[in-house]
Structures are given as C-alpha cells and as structure tokens.
Design a protein around this ligand. Sequence first.
Ligand SMILES: [Zn+2]
Length: 151
Amino acid sequence: MNKYDVIQLPFPAYTIGRTCRHCDNPIADHEHASRIFCPKIILPDGSIQNCKDDYWAEIRKKESDIYKIIALYQKKVSTILGYVYELNLPEITYETLDSMGIYLNRCLYSSAEEDDMMSFFFVDFSITIHSKTNTIKIIKYDQELLKQELY
Ligand SMILES: [Zn+2]
C-alpha cells in the first residue's frame, strides 16, 4: 500500500432509522443493536462528546432539582409555622394557612389520630385539625419523632 492511498471505509447506512436518545442524531445500522446513544467521540478541540453521560447527567440534575424544590418548600413551611406558633394566635383558620402558602397536601405524611382528628406533619411542626370543632392547631415536635415515622 502506498503511503498516500486513501482507505475507503464503507459509508454507514441508516436504513433502520435508530436515533440517539440524547441528541436525536441517527445511529448507523452497523452499530450494536443495543446502542441507544451516539458513540463517544473526541472532537477536534479535544473535548469529548458523550451522549450517554450527558443524557444521564441531565436526568440526575432534574431529579436533584425536584429534591431541592421539595426541601426548600419544607424549610419555608417550617420557618412560617415556627413564626405562627410563636404568635400563639387564638384561632388559626384554613385561610390563615392558605395565605401563608401552607398546603396540607404537601405535608411529609398525615395520619388520622381519632375519628375527628387529622394530623399533617411537616419538619418540626404538625398541623392538627379537629373536624367536629373545625379547630386547627400547630404543634411543635422533635425531629427525632419525624425520623422514626419516616424511616
Ligand atoms: Zn447523541
């Protein structure tokens, strides 16, 4: 072989129509049947294009964003409940909770204590509702109790 010969590689076929799960670029038919991402390639600038890693990094980031949103909400509610608890209001209404952005359906867990009483647990505080009297109480509790309930 002459040193100037050009090696002719077969032009890849794309008749199957598979595409990369990350970037939607076509995947050549000769690639392994289980391939769902582009092959890892080194770009001229030396950086590496790795659709598989990029795809899973985005999934992990989205998941961690959700956990951050949940954690931020729980921290916010804990702060607000602490403030309201210290005020020692004579009456707490559903409107009071709504106006402060406290939504019972976003509690960590809830339990029916008695026939007419439900408790909604957040971090550091629970909100107890007596349905017969329509009384709402904020109760402070130890985080250790919450840990025992959750784990
Ligand atoms: Zn790709």
